[in-house]
Design a protein around this ligand. Structure first.
Ligand code: ADP
Ligand code: MG
Length: 425
């Protein structure tokens, strides 16, 4: 797709926006874009440069994303709301056409990479709690203050905050080097046409910087030898994170698409086409929280013999969460495709119920109490009736969010004990 209308081929050291930004290395890519670590010569800091494919529809999508990112930045001057910050945007002319580029604050690895890095074993509950607090802070801000629906929340679109300066230690700026082979130098092809002297100079300078970076590529988080393969400690990794990818965002009162969300994180009302609101993000949040705890996707529907992916998805939901209330099952524009008039699935007749709290204990070996607490937090978020789901704000106030770990509890006890002694003394 490095052709007309497609991706822009970037080489390390390429200048953007009149030389302000210098490409350093590729950070990731999506359907519509490639994302690069770039050096911002104006602020002397590192940024993420998202370069959109050039064809008209991609440019349109980028303008859309810029609109939503700008709104999010305007309402969050302190940059504390757990949403990625848009710093700048501009057009870049390349051999494949005009590319819209977004300059974003530089973040670390996605939660998907974190889950993979942890070998799909699930994270400790306290880590999950920290992540959930950030994501809920972001959602609360988007929903309540901006009236915005993200519509594509999932582990891939939540990035850890990178606490490390990539200039000082690019290797530890995330988990990346452990998870993937080094990416080599960009993608070849493309190539720029006329380059003036200043650009050439900038390029050479950036290349030297990059050479330094690649010398140290092989270390690992925490500096341990990379041959250790069994348990991977996440101790010391800061779980602060931010919501990214506003390419599918919409306004609560102005929606653009009927079919939203990535399959596995899609809410039942979207499948049934019953209309949706902010609570679709809460559904995706619930699926994401489950995945963090277990390492498995909550729902991974597959098309089967005589039924489609949608119907399997609905069946999986009911097996875990109980039967869908009839009114909801038959209330959508697509209900008749999947449900009979009693509210039973048409083609998948026998469901194997496995309630959430039992699943967490039996399959994922969570301690009973921990499983119960977490299931109590999660179940309301996965209500079939969208209006019954708690808001992000309500979730933030839920007891599970405010559990102090046993360790802290002990510390608190000691402290209050000492306080008592002090008072008595
Ligand atoms: P798309 O809309 O094409 O899916 P995303 O915005 O999700 O694009 O970005 C694609 C990938 O690029 C992400 O999954 C992540 O790996 C990387 N990325 C995006 N934004 C940043 C950022 N601000 N900092 C670091 N990496 C980023
Ligand atoms: Mg994405």
């Amino acid at each position: 797709s490095y052709r007309k209308g497609g991706y822009h081929a970037v080489r390390i050291g390429d200048p953007f926006s009149g030389g302000r930004y210098i490409a350093q290395r590729k950070l990731g890519w999506g359907q519509f874009s490639t994302v690069w670590l770039a050096y911002d010569t104006l602020s002397s800091s590192y940024v993420a440069l998202k370069i959109q494919k050039s064809a008209q529809q991609f440019a349109q999508a980028a303008l859309h994303e810029i609109e939503f990112l700008s709104a999010a930045a305007d309402g969050d001057l302190q940059n504390t709301k757990c949403v990625v910050r848009l710093i700048d945007h501009f057009k870049h002319a390349g051999p494949n056409g005009q590319h819209l580029c977004m300059v974003l604050e530089f973040l670390g690895d996605s939660l998907l990479r974190l889950i993979r890095y942890n070998r799909y074993k699930g994270l400790k509950m306290d880590k999950v709690r920290e992540i959930c607090r950030c994501v809920l802070t972001g959602l609360d801000y988007l929903h309540r203050e901006l009236g915005m629906i993200h519509s594509d929340l999932k582990p891939e679109n939540i990035l850890l905050c990178s606490t490390i300066d990539p200039a000082k230690d690019p290797v530890r700026s995330g988990l990346t080097p452990l998870l993937e082979k080094p990416e080599g130098n960009a993608n070849g092809g493309g190539g720029s046409s006329t380059m003036n002297l200043i650009e050439k100079k900038l390029k050479r300078r950036a290349k030297r910087a990059v050479a330094k970076i690649s010398e140290r590529r092989v270390s690992m988080v925490g500096g341990e030898a990379s041959s250790k393969t069994e348990e991977r400690s996440l101790d010391g990794i800061d779980m602060r994170c931010k919501v990214v990818d506003f390419g599918n965002a919409c306004w609560g009162d102005k929606q653009f698409a009927e079919e939203i969300q990535t399959r596995q994180y899609r809410a039942p009302e979207v499948i049934l086409k019953s209309g949706y609101s902010f609570s679709v993000d809460m559904w995706s949040f619930g699926c994401t929280a489950f995945e963090l705890v277990t390492g498995d996707m909550m729902f991974a529907p597959k098309e089967g013999n005589g039924y489609g992916e949608d119907e399997d998805h609905l069946a999986l939901m009911m097996e875990l969460l109980g039967k869908m209330p009839r009114k909801i099952a038959i209330g959508g524009a697509k209900s008749k495709d999947y449900f009979d008039r009693h509210g039973d699935l048409k083609r998948i007749r026998r469901l194997k119920y496995w309630p959430l709290d039992r699943l967490l204990v039996d399959k994922y070996k969570l301690p009973e109490a921990e499983a119960k607490e977490f299931a109590e937090f999660l179940s309301p978020i996965l209500e079939f009736a969208p209006e019954k789901r708690p808001t992000a704000q309500q979730c933030l106030e839920h007891p599970w969010m405010n559990v102090v770990s046993t360790l802290n509890k002990n510390a608190d006890n000691v402290e209050s004990h000492m306080r008592n002694l002090h008072i008595e003394g």
